[in-house]
Design a binder for this molecule. Structure first.
Ligand code: GDP
Length: 446
């Protein structure tokens, strides 16, 4: 997701970040590239204009151009403006306490993902301990009722259906049942058409009046770009919405809908759909998405992940080792093992600044990592502490022990020497903390 726009932003920053000094012209060029990136991503024209003008105004000032790290200042300005565009803060669902019934109404065009999203939301809320009833009020799309029943059975959530053509009848009956059977949350799937029409809106308004929802969420297809924004506007005018769920965010979305929605409609994005599965629904974090779009990586997610296997003290020790050049093969082995524990390497690397979207699984050579671990395991601890003692006869013993060849052992040792040299360079500058984080991901082993 978002690969294309990220690529464009990384390009725009390339000429500017890391430079000791930048000119007004550099800033203007970068902003021109940013403008093109936003337009190509199908961001609303007025939103682009406002974004570009305010960024230009702030970035051209003396404060930025004369600062110690003008490139980084510039990136920060763009980042902050993008967070604001995406909606500033995380938006949670506004539900009542468990003793009062909370109704969530899902609205949207046909095929936008309402039925799927209804079950995802139910799955999520059930996991949070709520007692959820799904209600099948989409009586227009053939098989929608059946689809919801199947999904509900899959996730172990009750589904209310009625044999009628009137969704108001279904909604009334479902609410009565919810009260009778002490459900605390009701999620109503409604009908959509291929296009907005008045008859549909009138019907939805009747369902809304009966259901009295605390949340009326529009499910919009992220792939449709600005069209999603227009749809949100219309639904808000005709029915009233409290927020948006952008479905199919895992598809090849260009980002236009996410970037335009809040400022055009005033409605926040609450969730994104990230797969077809019941667990494919994630809260929308504006700052994380902004970082991802800017190619800065999703540092927060990365750190959250890394923290589970890597604590602060270890990170500090590692940074110290790096700066004192005592980083050994033993440490290398430990990094490799930590990395394995952290899960998919590709998804970790995608979160890293400057690497997002640039490393493919093939380039990573996961097989190679397994061999490396075997080679390291075949060394004695003493050898791992001091790689200089590993002469020819030790090399052939290690190769035999690990089922590899002397050439492979040599390659690993050479690579280790090279990365030590690189670390020395990096840790001599102020990049120590960043390097420790980088190492926490295990990525320096590659
Ligand atoms: P409805 O007509 O609005 O109820 O739409 P559906 O729930 O039937 O969804 C339409 C299609 O989109 C189905 O094939 C879903 O599996 C798919 N879909 C929905 N949400 C997502 C998502 O977040 N990611 C992906 N990849 N597919 C989704």
């Amino acid at each position: 997701m978002l690969e294309k726009i990220t690529e464009k932003f990384v390009d725009a920053f390339r000429g500017i970040s890391g430079k000791a000094s930048i000119s007004e012209k550099n800033v203007e060029d970068a902003i021109e590239q940013i403008k093109m990136a936003l337009l190509e991503a199908d961001v609303n024209l007025r939103v682009v204009r406002r974004f570009v003008n305010s960024t230009l105004e702030e970035a051209r000032g003396e404060k930025v151009l004369r600062s110690v790290s003008p490139g980084q200042q510039f990136v920060k300005i763009v980042h902050d403006k993008m967070v604001a565009l995406l909606g500033d803060a995380d938006q949670d669902l506004n539900l009542r306490g468990p003793d009062t019934l909370s109704v969530i109404l899902l609205l949207g065009l046909q095929g936008s993902g309402k039925t799927t999203t209804a079950s995802k939301l139910a799955y999520r809320l059930k996991a949070k301990g709520r007692k959820v009833l799904l209600v099948a009020c989409d009586l227009v799309r053939p098989a929608a009722v059946e689809q919801l029943s199947v999904l509900g059975a899959q996730i172990g959530v009750a589904v209310h259906t009625e044999n009628t053509k009137d969704p108001v009848v279904v909604a009334k009956a479902a609410l009565a049942r919810a009260r009778r059977e002490s459900f605390d949350t009701v999620i109503v799937d409604t009908a959509g058409r291929l296009q907005i029409d008045d008859a549909l809106m009138a019907e939805l308004a009747r369902v809304r009046d009966v259901a009295d929802p605390i949340e009326s969420l529009l499910v919009a297809d992220a792939m449709t770009g600005q069209a999603a924004v227009d749809i949100a506007k219309t639904f808000d005018e005709k029915i009233g919405i409290t927020g948006v769920i952008l479905s199919k965010f895992d598809s090849d979305t260009r980002g236009g809908a996410a970037l335009s929605l809040k400022s055009v409609t005033g409605k926040a994005i609450k969730f994104i759909g990230t797969s077809e599965r019941p667990d494919g629904l994630e809260p929308f974090h504006p700052d994380r998405i902004a970082s991802r779009i800017l190619g800065m990586g999703d540092i927060v997610s990365l750190v959250e992940k890394a923290q589970t296997v890597y604590d602060q003290k270890e990170a500090e020790d590692l940074a110290k080792k790096l700066s004192q050049e005592t980083f050994s093969l033993q440490d290398y082995l430990e990094q490799l093992q930590k990395m394995k524990k952290m899960g998919s390497v590709k998804s970790m690397l995608d979160m890293l600044p400057g690497l997002a979207g640039q490393v493919s699984e093939d380039q990573l050579d996961l097989e190679g990592m397994k061999y490396e671990e075997a080679i390291l395991q075949s060394m004695t601890r003493k050898e791992r502490q001091n790689y200089l003692i590993i002469g020819p006869s030790r090399r052939s013993r290690i190769a035999k022990g690990s089922g590899t060849s002397v050439a492979e052992v040599n390659r690993l040792l050479k690579k280790f020497e090279k990365s030590r040299a690189m670390m020395k360079k990096m840790t001599s500058s102020k990049g120590k903390a960043a390097m420790a984080k980088y190492m926490a991901s295990g990525a320096a082993g590659n």
